[in-house]
Design a binder for this molecule. Sequence first.
Ligand code: FMN
Length: 245
Amino acid sequence: MARLILGVTGSVAAVKAPALAWALREAGHEVRVVATQSAIYFVRPDAFDLEGVGLLRDEDEWPESGYERGDPVGHIELRRWADALVVAPLDANTLAKFALGLSDNYLTCVFRAWDFTRPVFLAPAMNTMMWESPVTLRHLRQMLEDHGEPPIPAGWRLDEASTVFARYAPRIILIPPQSKRLACGDVGAGAMAEVDRIAAIVGEWSDRAGVTADSPEVAVPDGSTIREDKAEGQATHRGPAIVPR
Ligand SMILES: Cc1cc2nc3c(=O)[nH]c(=O)nc-3n(C[C@H](O)[C@H](O)[C@H](O)COP(=O)(O)O)c2cc1C
């Protein structure tokens, strides 16, 4: 089973993150939650007090004791430890930071330092006007440009995003939001995909990645597959385990 980082950002859908952590844990994965400050507004830290799940917050990167040469750097150690990064919910702000390369908190540092031979699952959650804003499309296109395999197509639409990512940046698995009545009362696209669906997509990757030692194929949401080199995946990790509080 895989070592997973669950990034949680400041969307109302953060209240579902403990259920997702639990589902991933139940599936046998090791889970380390990295929550932004805004996420903690929506979900109490003790909601992640689940067996086999640890919570990391920004202050864990900045201990009061200060930094001594040779001390581990949390986001780098955590990135080395993890087989995959799951960001659910991914809010508009953190999507923008990911796209632009900003790294001003624990989670954005993990993403900025990420080894993109390992998968990143992104489950956006935001108001419909935010999701359908041209800014969202611009940021997704930027991520594809930076992490995709050329030739990257031009002019694709928001509703094509997960398919285009699956084809050109298969290590970034975009789990599109669903349409429904949102917490703010608006009706439309932007609600985070169901927890079960996110857990199933991660589970499908982990099952397929663990099938054989020799480059099994990994399923992505549009039904296509990618090659997974076990040596880059869950089999080999040399970094020390992070012990979160
Ligand atoms: C009540 C409330 C609900 C919010 N819901 C969302 C949301 O669902 N999606 C989103 O993108 N931003 C939402 N925001 C805005 C983010 O919390 C805000 O942009 C914050 O700075 C995000 O920080 P983070 O990306 O570091 O977690 C909400 C803000 C408030 C006050």
